[in-house]
Design a protein around this ligand. Sequence first.
Ligand code: CAA
Ligand code: NAD
Length: 283
Amino acid sequence: MAINKVMVIGAGQMGAGIAQVCAQSGYEVILNDVSEEALEKGTKGIEKQLARSVAKERITENEKKETLSRLSTSTQLEDAGSCDMVIEAVVENMDVKTKVFGDLDTIAPAHAILASNTSSLPITEIAAATNRPDQVIGMHFMNPVPVMKLVEIIRGLQTSEETYKVVEDMAVQLSKTPVEVKDFPGFVSNRILMPMINEAIFAVYEGVASPEDIDTVMKLGTNHPMGPLTLADFIGLDTCLYIMEVLHDGFGDSKYRPCPLLRKYVKAGWLGKKSGRGFYQYQ
Ligand code: CAA
Ligand code: NAD
């Protein structure tokens, strides 16, 4: 099955990045969000990234123009009616995602594949909100999408071989490296990464060291490109908390208990870089 037109739902940090790499790889892309403001911020970010690539002579001015000409925006989910593939990147909340997938099932063409960029939620449960569970799959990009090479591809219980193959080929087309992962909470990436971030937050909570010193230990001591608290701010503390809750509920194991300090920061609206404050202050 040929994929020509893609809708990316959610114009936040992930959705905008996914839309950018799809448009750069030759796909027609509709970037969808419930918020006009998010669409404006998302497209401005894409334009900035492309201008940077022109300045660094990685792409030509003409390639930038062509990429932008393949990209449009929409606040209407009905526009998915013309798409071969939908990649959902809305908030990490099962109720929101199943509502989107239920609606998409009635709107998207019968042949269309519905993928979720969820960080941790069960693909099988998201697929059950549709009448096409064989065409639902996890396509988990990493942040920042234009830079990170990995895409975890997650098969739900009923995902068909054909759907898997089309999505695997698309990941390669996007110049990413696909890795197949079974449908378990947090898949591979966040099952390993998030408990480390949560542990770093416990270390702050218990006063083991300051956030700066914890990040320095991990950067200089274990060669991480970013310390875990900087990375948590970069991912979004709300997303980190949602993922820890999915691990905690999904495995029923207290080792995944979200740190109370993480809960407190999210309740305060300290969501990290995107809200201006998390473990660090921004702007
Ligand atoms: N969008 C696009 N490009 C970006 C970017 C962004 N948001 N941020 C940085 N870049 C690019 C820069 O343009 C730069 O490219 P050039 O060198 O070609 O100009 C390159 O990345 C390196 O950037 P910097 O030199 O400014 O900074 P850096 O060397 O510290 O690299 C980083 C930045 C790539 C983000 C690096 O710090 C890093 O790898 N951090 C860890 C990222 C990570 O772990 N991501 C996974 C998060 S978990 C996840 O995504 C899964 C989930 O479900 C939560
Ligand atoms: P974000 O908060 O930056 O963006 C979410 C966007 O979704 C917002 O613009 C919001 O307006 C929009 N939205 C909410 N409900 C919607 C709906 N019903 N229809 C259309 N748009 C809607 O979030 P993000 O960090 O981009 O994360 C999005 C998804 O990607 C989550 O599932 C997250 O777990 C996953 N993810 C995040 C990261 C990360 O590092 N942040 C990495 C990989 C995967």
